[in-house]
Each structure stands twice: as structure tokens, then as C-alpha cells.
Design a protein around this ligand. Structure first.
Ligand code: NIG
Ligand code: FE
Length: 460
């Protein structure tokens, strides 16, 4: 780790060097010196064709809504310097490369030429389910032959058919699966991931899943936020006693998770065939009582009114295919993110997609995520989700990019450090081999990734 001259050990660059906010950068560096990126080589991205910073044009420090979703903060012919896993300066080439510090330390800096390329913040995938063992290929074939997601679940397939293998798996086997998923998302440009448990559905298997996520996250250069989804469905042994299962989640899973610091969030699948609104309120209430934050799967298959769930201040409500106009208005007035996961609509062959336009036009804050899971959305690719958002939900490319970066960061409570390229934030960046950001959703199912950098470490 490089030491500074006059800032108590943090990296202190010439004042002229930090173009956007030098004091903030310095404070952040002090607090994160011991992170896993502490040893990374300084990186200087130069000659960036299109540097998409996502810096707010209006100075708004909250989630992006309405027209703000289209403001990408683009710098032409830009440069970014990262030191110690943090962004130190962002600006035009002229501004960012004139500093004497660069010349003095040029032999220690890894310079990457980004001519004719686009640089974005790493994607923040704020909704994934990576703690599973096998793909669900029989369900896949059944759906192709005409059965619906709910019919398959009612016949014993679906989420319940993923339980046995997770319960039987050793922690290291499950960790390997989670790590495979993290590497897969990174290869598509994701550097921050929310990862849920939810296929163990017993106290031991849920805690094991969260431990697997924790171990895998330590081996991955990106950032992982974990979520207990013990309330994914009622497991078969509680089929006739769902109340007892809800008690198990509230009285054992949530307190144990909180006590062992295994997750930051509790999620619930609130829908027909899973948990009722009453069950969900109980579960999310128990989470809050145990000091955990909440988020929820709602209105994927059937409509659930949002008012009572919103009163618990979830950071995000996800899916929202069947959300009503009055609930869209409620969301727009709240601080809760509306997270849309169109990969699930695509894979399940649902004709209708969530009403992204209505949500955006009403003023709701919208994020996009993969919902990576074996049943409804087996994709690790945020660029594919961007394509779906544009072609199926009529979001503009700029709106989709904002939803997949800074608003994803807000959906996880990480916007102080993630989701935009600004001094003091984590050095999470993706170099794309395209000349215009609109090409990201344009080239379908085609990887244009050149390099992925997470917390200052080059991973792809
Ligand atoms: O978000 N809806 C609930 N959970 C997942 C599906 C999980 C599965 O089918 O394995 C989802 O779509
Ligand atoms: Fe999900």
C-alpha cells in the first residue's frame, strides 16, 4: 500500500489531481485501507473514448428518478486514476494526466489505453440466487412443452426440487457453486452482487448457504451483499403446517443469521404458492426487530398491495409485474427501489414484462438485476438484462445503464461507494470494446467486455 506524505498514512495526492472532490476521496481511503484491494497496483485508464461516470448532473445524492435516469455524466477523451482500490481522479485526459504525482510514480502505475472504448462503473446486480447446486432441466423442458412456472411448482418441481441437493451438499461444494456464479457475473461486467440463500429452507441449510456465500465472497475481488431468503417457499415437511415454518424463519433463522452476522438483508417471496402478505409482514417485521434490513419479491405472479410492506421501509421491492397504478404512485413517493428482473419474464416465456415506463414516468426509482437462479432466470449477464429492458420494457439505453449501476447501488444501500465513477468511490470499472454506450444493449448476447476491474483488482 502506498503511503502519503501528509494525511496520516492515507493516499494524499496533489490538490489539483483530484478533480471532483478531493476531501471525500481522502476520507474514504483512510477508512478502507485494510480492504482486500489494499495491495492493488495503481491503475490509470487513459484516452477513454467515452467515459460514462454516472455522476449526478443536478448534485442529487439520492436514487435517480425520471429524467435523471438519462443523465450519464459522459466525459469524452477521459481518464481515471485508481490507487489502493479507490478512484482518485476522474476527468478529461488533459485534466487528469497533468498531475506531477503520475510522472513521479509512473513506473508503479499500470496504464491501460482505452482508445475507442467505453468505460462504465461495474454493474451492480442487486438480485441473485447463487446458492444452488444444479440447473433445473426437467422444469425447462416441461415449460417448453406448455406447463407454467406455477403448475410445475405445484407438481413438486420448481424451488422445492432444488432443496435436497443443497441440504446434502457440503459447505465447500456449495461455496464452489457460489464462486462459479460470482466469476460468471464478473465476466459480464458485474463487480457488486447481492446474493440470496433460499434453496436450503431448514435452519442448518440456510445458515450453510449464507456461510458459503460469505466464504466465496472472500475469494472474489468484487463486493457481495448477502440476504437470507429462508422464506422462499414452504418446504415439503411443513406443507401442512406453514405457520410453524413462518415461526421457524422468524424465531430461529432470522435471529441466528443476525447473531452470526451472516446477512445484511432478509427477503421474502410474497406471492401465490409462496408466502401471503400476512406471513411476509411477520417475517420482514422480525428482520427489522433483529436489526436486519428488508427487501421483498412481490407481484411476480399475482398482485399484492404494497402499502403495508412499504411501511417497513424495504430498500427494494423486486419483480412488480402486476403492480397497480395506485401502488406505482406510492412507490414513486417512497425511497424504495423498484427492481425489475426481465430475465425471469424472458425465460419463463411470460408475454408481459414489468411496467418500467409507467414506473419511470411516475417518478419511481428503478433498478435492473439479473435474478440469476436455476428456475426462472439462469443468466449472469447484466448486458443481456439491459437488452431486455430496452427492447421489451422500452427503457432507453441511458435509463437502463443508470438502473444497472447507481440505482442498483442504492437498492443495496451502497451508493456511497458503488455505482458511479467519482473520487473516493471503489475502483469498480468495466472497459467495453465498443465506441458508444448504446452498443451495450444493442449487441444481443454478445460479450463486448475488454477488462473488468473490481476494488482496484483486474479480474477479466
Ligand atoms: O426471483 N420468485 C421467486 N424466486 C426466484 C425463482 C427461484 C426459482 O425458481 O428457483 C425468482 O424468480
Ligand atoms: Fe428472485
Amino acid at each position: 500500500m502506498m503511503r502519503g506524505e501528509n494525511c496520516g498514512g492515507c493516499i494524499m495526492l496533489e490538490p489539483s489531481f483530484t478533480l471532483l472532490d478531493s476531501n471525500k476521496a481522502c476520507g474514504k481511503l483512510l477508512r478502507t485501507r485494510a480492504s482486500k484491494s489494499g495491495q492493488s497496483t495503481p491503475i490509470l485508464l487513459v484516452n477513454i473514448g467515452q467515459l460514462v461516470t454516472l455522476r449526478s448532473g443536478s448534485g442529487n445524492s439520492g436514487p435517480r428518478r425520471g429524467r435523471e435516469l438519462r443523465e450519464l455524466g459522459i466525459v469524452e477523451h477521459g481518464a481515471v486514476l485508481c490507487v489502493g482500490g479507490k478512484i482518485v481522479s476522474v476527468g478529461t485526459m488533459k485534466e487528469a494526466t497533468r498531475d506531477s504525482w503520475i510522472k513521479k510514480h509512473s513506473n508503479k502505475i499500470r496504464e491501460i489505453d482505452c482508445s475507442h472504448k467505453v468505460v462504465l462503473p461495474g454493474f451492480v446486480d442487486s438480485h441473485t440466487h447463487p446458492a444452488f447446486i444444479s440447473p433445473r432441466l426437467t422444469d425447462f423442458e416441461k415449460r417448453i412443452a406448455g406447463a407454467s412456472y406455477e403448475e410445475i411448482a405445484a407438481a413438486g418441481g420448481g424451488i422445492r426440487s432444488s432443496i435436497d441437493s443443497v441440504r446434502r451438499a457440503g459447505k465447500s461444494a456449495l461455496t464452489e457453486k457460489v464462486l462459479d456464479a460470482l466469476n460468471a457475473v464478473a465476466s459480464h461486467g458485474t463487480t457488486t452482487v447481492e446474493a440470496k440463500s433460499g434453496y436450503g429452507l431448514s435452519l442448518d441449510a440456510e445458515l450453510k448457504s449464507l456461510q458459503a456465500i460469505q466464504v466465496a465472497s472472500k475469494q472474489w475481488p468484487g463486493t457481495v451483499v448477502s440476504t437470507l431468503l429462508g422464506a422462499h417457499v414452504v418446504p415439503p415437511e411443513y406443507q401442512d403446517n406453514r405457520r410453524e415454518y413462518v415461526s421457524l424463519v422468524c424465531e430461529e433463522m432470522i435471529p441466528q443469521t443476525a447473531k452470526r452476522k451472516l446477512a445484511q438483508f432478509v427477503d421474502v417471496f410474497c406471492d401465490r404458492g409462496a408466502f401471503s402478505e400476512e406471513d411476509s409482514l411477520k417475517i420482514l417485521g422480525a428482520a427489522r426487530q433483529n436489526g436486519l434490513q428488508v427487501r421483498a419479491h412481490i407481484s411476480q405472479l399475482t398482485r399484492t398491495p404494497l402499502e403495508r410492506v412499504l411501511s417497513l421501509n424495504p430498500l427494494s421491492i423486486d419483480h412488480l409485474d402486476h403492480v397497480s397504478d395506485s401502488d406505482i404512485a406510492l412507490l414513486a413517493r417512497s425511497n424504495t427501489m423498484a427492481t425489475l428482473v426481465p430475465g425471469a419474464n424472458y425465460f419463463l416465456g411470460l408475454g408481459d414484462y414489468p411496467p418500467a415506463r409507467k414506473l419511470i414516468d411516475a417518478g419511481a426509482a428503478v433498478a435492473l438485476a439479473t435474478d440469476y437462479n436455476p428456475g426462472s432466470s439462469p443468466t449472469p449477464s447484466m448486458p443481456f438484462v439491459l437488452s431486455l429492458a430496452c427492447t421489451q420494457m422500452k427503457m432507453s439505453p441511458a435509463e437502463a445503464i443508470t438502473a444497472a449501476t447507481i440505482n442498483g447501488a442504492f437498492a443495496l444501500g451502497l451508493a456511497q461507494n458503488k455505482g458511479s465513477l467519482e473520487p473516493g468511490k471503489d475502483a469498480d470499472m468495466v472497459i467495453f470494446d465498443v465506441e458508444d454506450y448504446r452498443e451495450l444493449p444493442y449487441w444481443i448476447a454478445s460479450s463486448r467486455i475488454d477488462t473488468v476491474i473490481a476494488n482496484g483488482t483486474i479480474i477479466e
